[in-house]
Design a protein around this ligand. Structure first.
Ligand code: OGA
Ligand code: NI
Length: 337
């Protein structure tokens, strides 16, 4: 496996990145709509904030937050460190990601399934767990020099923000506010994606259509377009807003909410001019956590529409076929008639 960033600047798009016609991004100029809700977290009426979050999570499974309490300086520093990381030589990146004998820090190109892929995606990524921070940070990259300090601070802020958003969601759904203060959220991970400029953006993708296998995801997407959400049969672009975070409902929260909230499908398109670096904070459960529709949301008139399963079994099924939310996942979560 050679990282994309080690060779991609020399010209044409290799055959192995050309998607079959039905999977190509098609018309790249999709509407960059203002319709994906932008929610002000400093708004002084919490009831109103809860309603906005709930509605956005039902209609789109996506929203952006502003006035979220995370400093702009920290957001900018984190993006700088993220860019510096991917700008290092490939061997340095491999060394910096190889500090845990158990391999908790992962560096890859395209997707984690690279050797099994029929074609590849135009991205590199690094990912690692971040809680508890003092146990995890020793395995993170030490280069760029400020990586641990900056990404460590950032991950603590993301943890606080994700807890706050989940509390709003609990109130909106009618769950106890501490519903997620347990194993369901204890294994959050940071992922830094890098999408270099691409010689043929209409033929390939940065990431295929997928739904995150998370509770929620908080994304710092920066200034460059690329993220698209699938809504009512068409793609809409998520407009980059300075210093906003993009929040999306994960597949697991769709299940826990018994289908009330939508784990929205999304993808990433590339562009020929600008490199794009994004930082995801994925909220994951522990492997042994049981995922099922919340008891408080299920009754005779609202029967459960999903089966209970262990998170680890979901991951196994997801890895088999992550594109377009594969059959193995459907089989695991679907109730027998
Ligand atoms: C992801 C993802 C979006 C982006 O990593 O799951 O959807 O814009 N990323 O990088
Ligand atoms: Ni995603």
């Amino acid at each position: 496996m050679e990282l994309l960033s080690s060779w991609c600047y020399d010209g044409s798009l290799p055959e192995s990145y050309v998607m079959p016609p039905e999977r190509r991004p098609g018309n790249l100029v999709v509407p960059l709509e203002k319709s994906i809700p932008v929610i002000d977290l400093q708004c002084h009426d919490p009831k109103d904030t809860i309603q906005q979050i709930l509605k956005a999570s039902q209609d789109y499974g996506f929203f952006q937050v502003i006035n979220h309490g995370v400093s702009e300086e920290l957001m900018d520093e984190t993006r700088n460190v993220a860019e510096e990381f991917h700008a290092m030589p490939g061997l340095d990146k491999e060394r910096e990601c190889g500090k845990d004998p158990n391999g908790s820090c992962k560096l890859y190109t395209s997707s984690y399934a690279y050797p099994r892929e029929d074609f590849h995606y135009w991205r590199d990524a690094v990912t690692h767990p971040c809680r508890p921070l003092d146990e995890r940070i020793q395995y993170w990259p030490e280069k760029p020099t400020r990586y641990r300090e900056v990404v460590g601070t950032y991950s603590v802020e993301m943890w606080k923000l994700s807890c706050r958003i989940l509390e709003f969601i609990c109130e909106g759904l009618g769950l106890s506010v501490d519903y997620f203060s347990n194993d369901l959220t204890q294994v959050p991970k940071i992922m830094i994606n890098y999408y270099p400029p691409c010689p043929a953006p209409s033929l390939t993708l940065g990431l295929s259509k997928h739904c995150d296998p998370t509770i929620i995801t908080i994304l710092l997407q920066g200034q460059i377009n690329g993220l698209q959400v699938f809504k009512d049969g068409r793609w809409i672009g998520v407009q980059p807003l300075p210093h906003a975070f993009v929040v999306n409902i994960g597949y697991l929260l769709q299940i826990i909410s018994n289908g009330k909230l939508k784990g929205a499908e999304h993808r990433v398109v590339t562009n020929s001019r600008y490199a794009r670096t994004t930082i995801c904070f994925f909220v994951y459960p522990r492997d042994e956590s049981l995922i099922e529709p919340a008891k408080a949301l299920v009754n005779a008139s609202n029967p459960a529409i999903y089966k209970a399963f262990k998170f680890v079994d979901f991951v196994t099924a997801f890895v088999l076929n992550p594109d377009d939310t594969g059959e193995a996942v459907k089989e695991l979560i679907t109730l027998n008639p």
